[in-house]
Design a binder for this molecule. Sequence first.
Ligand code: LLP
Length: 425
Amino acid sequence: PRSAVHAPGGDVSLAGVSLAELAAHHGTPVYVLDETEVRSRARAWRAALPDAEVVYAAKAFVCRAVVDWMAEEGLGLDVCSAGELELAATRGFPPERLVLHGNAKSPRDLGTALRLGVGRIVIDADSEIARIAAQVPPRTAQKVLVRVLPGIEAGAHPKVRTGAEGQKFGLSIANGDAEDAVVRVLGQPGLDLAGLHCHLGSQIASAEPYGEAVRRLVAFLARIRDRHGVTLSELDLGGGFAAAYLPGDPAPPPVAYGRRITDELTRSCAEFGFPLPRLTVEPGRSIMASAGVALYRVLSVKRTGGQVFVAVDGGMSDNPRPALYGARYTVRMVGRTTTAPMRATTVVGRHCEAGDVLAQDVELPEDVRPGDILAVPASGAYQVSMASGYNMTGRPPVVAVSGGRARLLLRRETFEDQRGRDVGV
Ligand code: LLP
């Protein structure tokens, strides 16, 4: 499906649906999600690690339909707020397949998780241990994982590197915090310590850091066994598997990550005489990014300072990734054929700051003009889910396509929606 959007030609379609028609029917900006691509990526992850739990990281993008797709494909859901928990519950998502994350879980988050009976709560701070234990109903035990910091630098940008010291997540193995937390959890009758969790970071385009994480975590599991006499049985390696944004971007297939992880697990467990733990992975972007396309309409074209600026009707409010992480995208015109030569163009948004640049130096036809539709592939992850209310432009709709049909998943945010929560004077 992504290749269809990269292909030349005017009337580009996704899953048999014309993008230009979608833009005309739903207005722009609009996000289009290829359901078959999402499901096949989810299946590829299950096939890559057949003995593991695959837990989709809902933060990449979630709505009711996505919850259903993941339930049907046999995945779990990584959630990090009461809102995401409630959404899963409205679809009857199996609570034992929910994993609650967060470095600062609110009373509402924890209360909702315990009420629904989530499968795992991931402990991210020492101060959480007693807080969670105090809320667990008497004579029951909540399964928990301790999130450890393995001390590994990985991830495409400093803002999404979570495996090394010097950032807010996890409990350090190196300074003893992780071991202290394990001991504290073991001492809480309301908590059942199932194993360890780590999340290295995001957009990690090599399987190597995962092999290293497995090695360090199995060594740590063996140390816990030797010093404290408990054999923990679960290892959750988090997510972070890369997606391709630009045509030659490295993005190993799930099976490449899966092979590295299982090989290292077998090797490390043999080395330490440790029984193979139950494995979990939490891909978000790797399932969702390639399935989405963002469509915008050109509103203005300006030549200034030696650059061509094409301004569209969306921008940093629906895709904050370029501004936040320097993320790069390709852009192509759809819905109209032209023989005009291509030239380097900067696609900018409509928001009130100069940093609202969607794509720098992309090739677009010289005759691109107001009214044209621009498509941005690989827009399925962390765009709609991070969309903001900036400038009151209204968050964009999301349309699912499959088998030649389109259906609206999320409608556009209207002024009525915005006015509805403005309750003061
Ligand atoms: N598990 C945990 C505990 C996480 O914190 C995350 C992402 C994932 C799994 C899924 O990571 P993924 O496979 O999607 O890389 N907004 C940033 C990405 C932030 C990722 C946050 N945590 C971006 O747009 O690049």
